[in-house]
Design a protein. Structure first.
Length: 336
């Protein structure tokens, strides 16, 4: 009996997994159809007008930067009717994340290069939920129905059986995530070619998109393992769902409010959502005015940063710790 093959057949035969796959395809189809219906191929006059507006916006930004530098140098009198930042680097065109481009002035036109990353974040969020629910239901249903006990009659090695289940789950979710990603991005690339604009698809764009996608796949696998581990510890799918709901309500909402009331510093460090965002974005910067309670002096910085490495470590410790606990409990637990 091939244990991995048997587990793969059991996983693919589950109605809940099939339902989630159908919902995944349906969500993608609705998103793609909505995008195509709301987009159109721009005419030559629309493109020319958008390019002129983008060029004007870049010139205005450069003029604002020069005016700010002149005011700081004292060669330009203060103008009370025009706001300029105290730090001219905030309006320095060279320091901007991105400059105005023609696509910014083409309403109703889908541009793949500009919208691929936000769409990828939507895909990752759906796949994270998919992995967590499938992982929890996969082991939870077997534990609740006695399927694990029947399987142990054939393979009386608990750790091996549970490891095979977890490995099959992670491998299946990874393959589905890769296939879904390729189909998803290809569909929107086609929309950009036929009913919109492809945008600037250079090497930097694909590298950036690849980094986000890789980070997202790691998050999907961690969420799948987390759902699997919690359901194993609770011996039921509802244990994982209950733990997720309890964390969201009690900690992300309740504890965050309490930390705000007690004026705790750097409260975002204690929130899992902050570390998820920091990992996906390669780091995150948060504002906390409490860091400057002694007075907003020149040396006071009310911002603090969570690095992607620290966030990954937190996520790995959480998922790995719960998975190790699940294996330890499963090894000694009475399954009847």
């Amino acid at each position: 009996m091939n244990l991995v093959r048997a587990e793969l057949e059991r996983l693919s035969a589950r109605r809940f997994v099939q339902l989630m796959v159908v919902l995944l395809v349906l969500a993608f189809a609705v998103t793609a159809a909505t995008t195509m219906a709301g987009s159109h191929k721009p005419t030559a006059s629309e493109l020319n007008s958008a390019r002129e507006q983008a060029a004007d916006a870049r010139r205005d930004l450069e003029a604002t930067h020069q005016e700010c530098l002149a005011r700081q140098a004292g060669t330009l009198p203060a103008d009370t009717d025009r706001y300029l930042p105290s730090d001219c680097s905030a309006v320095d065109p060279i320091r901007q994340d991105r400059l105005p481009i023609a696509a910014d002035y083409l309403p109703g036109v889908f541009t793949f290069a500009e919208q691929a990353e936000p769409l990828l974040y939507f895909l990752i969020a759906f796949l994270v939920l998919f992995g967590f629910l499938v992982g929890a239901s996969y082991i939870g249903a077997d534990l609740n129905s006695g399927g694990v006990v029947n399987l142990l009659l054939w393979r009386p090695r608990r750790v091996t059986v549970l490891a095979a289940k977890l490995g099959t789950l992670l491998g299946t979710v990874l393959v589905l995530a890769l296939l879904a990603s390729v189909a998803y991005l290809a569909a929107f690339w086609v929309i950009g070619q036929t009913a919109g604009l492809p945008g600037r698809l250079d090497g930097d764009f694909w590298r950036s998109l690849g980094v986000v996608h890789g980070r997202g796949l790691v998050l999907v696998l961690l969420a799948s393992a987390l759902g699997f581990a919690i359901a194993t510890l609770g011996r039921h799918t509802s244990a994982a769902l209950g733990a997720f709901a309890a964390y969201a309500v009690v900690w992300e909402l309740g504890a965050r409010l309490v930390l705000e009331i007690v004026d705790a510093r750097k409260s975002d460090l204690f929130m899992l959502s902050s570390h998820i965002g920091a990992w996906l974005n390669g780091g995150a910067r948060f504002y906390d005015e409490r860091l400057c309670t002694g007075g907003p002096g020149l040396n006071c910085d009310p911002f603090y940063t969570i690095t992607s490495g620290a966030s990954l470590l937190v996520l790995l410790v959480l998922a790995g710790g719960l998975t190790a606990a699940a294996f330890a409990v499963f090894r000694r637990r009475d399954l009847i």
